[in-house]
Write a protein that binds this ligand. Structure first.
Ligand code: SF4
Ligand code: F3S
Length: 107
């Protein structure tokens, strides 16, 4: 199994999650982070760290967000690893919880 970053990370990117990952499997895009499913060891540590509640175990991804399982697998091979916490995106608090952010994902 793996953990998966889902829609609510988009345009927030708080990055608290990367601080706790023991195997550095987060990868960074312009406005979203993904987890490499081949590296994730299912330690569960990142899930409670996300202020946007965007991280789920693969088998608990909310209905309608299944596309993110595929997106994490694909984009993690294209984007660079991120291992240190950075500032959230400027309007992270405003975007936290907004629906329909998939269309705003920058690749
Ligand atoms: Fe990293 Fe553990 Fe989260 Fe997987 S579950 S991404 S290994 S912190
Ligand atoms: Fe995204 Fe949450 Fe990490 S918003 S960058 S998954 S802490």
């Amino acid at each position: 199994m793996t953990f998966v970053v889902t829609e609510n990370c988009i345009k927030c990117k708080f990055t608290d999650c990367v601080d706790v990952c023991p195997v550095d499997c987060f990868h960074e895009g312009p406005n979203f982070l993904v987890i490499d499913p081949d590296e994730c060891i299912d330690c569960t540590l990142c899930e409670p760290e996300c202020p946007a509640n965007a991280i789920f175990a693969e088998d608990e991804v909310p209905e309608g967000q299944e596309i993110f399982i595929e997106l994490n697998a694909k984009l993690s091979k294209e984007w660079s690893t991120i291992t240190e916490v950075t500032k959230p995106l400027p309007e992270a608090d405003e975007w936290n919880g907004k629906a329909g952010k998939l269309d705003l994902l920058e690749k």
